[in-house]
Design a protein. Structure first.
Length: 191
């Protein structure tokens, strides 16, 4: 991980002003553009076809972008297949074709670290009672996860007593009676 990203992850959440935050974002996206252009031939070809060399944009609108629908149709991975740690998929609700994002172990670790910083900023360091209601199959294959499954796994470490409804409901009631808060996270489903 580069030093600038390390410094960013060490900052207190929401401590940057809008201009400073955008400057960090533009620098980071410029580094990522160059990184992926060097390591993903399909991405490099797209940049070349769009006549956008991976140069440093001065503003956010100057950084090359990709339509997110490309992740449904093209394998865009910047690591060799044997270094893919996890494949994240979208729900595919719009086109019935899920997007696929390929993560290496370092990227997964950085995502976990960023999530921890954000969640503990809002919830504090104490683990809270948690009730998760979903299908068990959502997290059955941890190497190939949907965004929903990844969200569930990501939030598990911030909760306690989430082993089942019978064990969790009295714990949640007790927390509410004691003046505690209960977080709610979920996904809507079409009927």
């Amino acid at each position: 991980m580069d030093d600038e990203l390390e410094r960013l992850l060490d900052l207190e959440q929401y401590s940057l002003g809008v201009r400073e935050k955008e400057a960090w974002l533009v620098r980071g996206l410029n580094r990522l553009t160059a990184h992926h252009a060097q390591r993903c031939p399909a991405y490099a070809r797209m940049l070349e076809a769009a006549s956008q060399e991976p140069l440093d944009g001065a503003r956010l609108d100057e950084v090359p972008y990709l339509p997110v629908s490309l992740f449904k149709w093209i394998k865009l991975a910047s690591v060799p297949d044997d270094e893919i740690f996890r494949v994240m998929t979208s729900s595919g609700t719009t086109s019935q074709v899920p997007s696929r994002v390929y993560l290496d172990i370092e990227t997964a670790r950085l995502q976990t670290r960023a999530l921890s910083s954000i969640v503990t900023h809002h919830l504090g360091p104490r683990r809270r009672p948690m009730l998760i209601i979903d299908q068990p199959g959502v997290i059955a294959d941890r190497r190939h996860l949907s965004a929903r499954g990844a969200g569930i796994l990501g939030m598990l470490s911030y909760g306690r007593d989430h082993s089942g409804r019978r064990q969790c409901l009295p714990c949640l009631r007790g927390s509410l009676r004691a003046g505690g808060t209960v977080g709610r996270w979920g996904k809507t489903q079409r009927t």
